[in-house]
Ligand binder design. Structure first.
Ligand code: COS
Length: 392
């Protein structure tokens, strides 16, 4: 599942132009309005961005993760609000259906997700179950040929745009851990679903998150992902493995932008009679940004390559290396944003300079799809199992 090199190169070129000519010039507008303009969403659909990861037979572009990561390196160079509009369709909202869904489920839902006709959200997190995802309390009770879902999901990205959710719920109340959890496809228009008020966040204006309440929501048993109960936690973890590589690529793209802005500013800003880029202490910060960026790019490409290879030949290290990749890249972009503000000096603290905005925006990357501390645990778990042999 990959495009031929020439077709992919054209697509990457198109995405690069879309970022520089359409998205970047609209960043301030998104920041002020807290909305992504609908004409840009239409252009995203036309470019195929909602279906990057979905195979061609289900209406998507069918990119490999290696290719998707290259596009994330481009898309990460602008405000995260833009990618977030289609990000759940490409990643956590659709991949459970693709990875573990039945053929009927894929055929029913993926074409709409790929075209952008249906926005899909991933509903795992709850008020009392964040990092400890296996302790989730939302229930799904089998009644005849339907499940009845009750519970609250928290911080759900794109919930207010969504036409559907993949919802993790407990089908076996006697089993308190991971094996009692199942995953469901739930249409937004099912009676009993209501949304909380929009979350007000530190950054990432233009992205949408809110609570989702399920009050006796009836879902056909045919919407149980994979058709068998008890597999939902593993589905969610597989989705997150993939999502973590995607997020690492986005973080790395943002670090590229931060470095470019910092180099440009340092070359233009003069103090003590010379451009500040000629001061060695400023050079040290730029060199650290470049070095860590280079390391993250290499890590993202290698991890995505191994993820693609693992689809043919399962690789037990994927959870560990996906966690390592997100951990490094998202911490790296946090340091890059901090250095970018430092290089800009007082100007970097002012909202008219974009580094102030990116500084707030990238903070979330170390929290969602696995905090840095959970990623450390996943890495250590792999090491305890004796993984981390020489790279394939
Ligand atoms: N792929 C497939 N299966 C996996 C898996 C993965 N990546 N990770 C775990 N599993 C399986 C385990 O093998 C185990 O299966 P068995 O019971 O058959 O052995 C089961 O799932 C439970 O795994 P584990 O015991 O490791 O679960 P824990 O409760 O210890 O939780 C962490 C593991 C903490 C890593 C998990 O809850 C997690 O990732 N939390 C963060 C959640 C998150 O990222 N939230 C963000 C929401 S989206 S913005």
């Amino acid at each position: 599942m990959a495009l031929d090199p020439e077709t992919f190169s054209q697509l990457r070129h198109q995405v690069r132009r879309f970022v520089s000519e359409r998205l970047t010039p609209n960043e301030d507008r998104v920041e002020e309005s807290d909305e992504v303009p609908i004409e840009l969403v239409a252009e995203m659909k036309a470019l195929g961005l909602f279906g990057l990861s979905i195979p061609e037979e289900y209406g998507g572009l069918g990119l490999s993760l290696r290719e998707e990561a290259e596009l994330c390196l481009e898309l990460g160079q602008t405000s995260p609000a833009f990618r977030s509009v289609f990000g759940t369709n490409v990643g956590i909202g659709s991949q459970g259906i693709l990875i573990d869904g039945t053929e009927e489920q894929r055929l029913e839902w993926l074409p709409r997700i790929a075209s952008g006709e249906a926005i899909f959200s991933f509903a795992l997190t709850e008020p009392e179950a964040g990092s400890d995802a296996a302790s989730l309390r939302t229930t799904a009770r089998l009644e005849g040929d339907a499940y009845v879902i009750n519970g609250t999901k928290r911080f759900i990205t794109n919930a207010s745009r969504a036409q559907g959710f993949t919802v993790m719920a407990r089908t076996n109340p006697a089993e308190k851990g991971a094996s009692g959890i199942s995953a469901f496809i739930v249409a937004r228009d099912s009676p009993g679903i209501t949304l909380g008020k929009a979350d007000h966040k530190m950054g990432q204006r233009g992205t949408r998150t809110c609570d989702v309440y399920f009050d006796n929501v009836t879902v056909p048993a045919a919407n149980l992902i994979g058709g068998r109960p008890g597999l939902g936690f593993k589905t969610a973890m597989k989705v997150l493995d993939r999502g973590r590589i995607h997020m690492a690529a986005v973080a790395t793209g943002t670090a590229r932008r931060l470095l470019a802005m910092s180099v440009a500013y340092a070359a233009e800003r003069r103090q003590f009679g010379q451009a500040i880029i000629d001061f060695q202490l400023v050079q040290g910060m730029l060199a650290d940004m470049q070095t860590e960026l280079f390391a993250a790019e290499a890590m993202v490409r290698e991890t995505a390559r191994r993820y693609d290879a693992s689809r043919e030949d399962p690789d037990p290290e994927i959870p560990m290396i996906a966690a390592s990749c997100k951990y490094f890249a998202t911490e790296m972009v946090g340091r890059a944003a901090d250095r970018a503000v430092q290089i800009h000096g007082g100007a970097g603290y002012m909202s008219e300079y974009k580094v102030e905005r990116f500084y707030r925006d990238v903070r979330l990357l170390r929290l969602y799809e696995g905090t840095s501390q959970i990623l450390q645990l996943v890495i250590a778990k792999g090491l305890k199992k004796g993984l981390a042999g020489p790279a394939a």
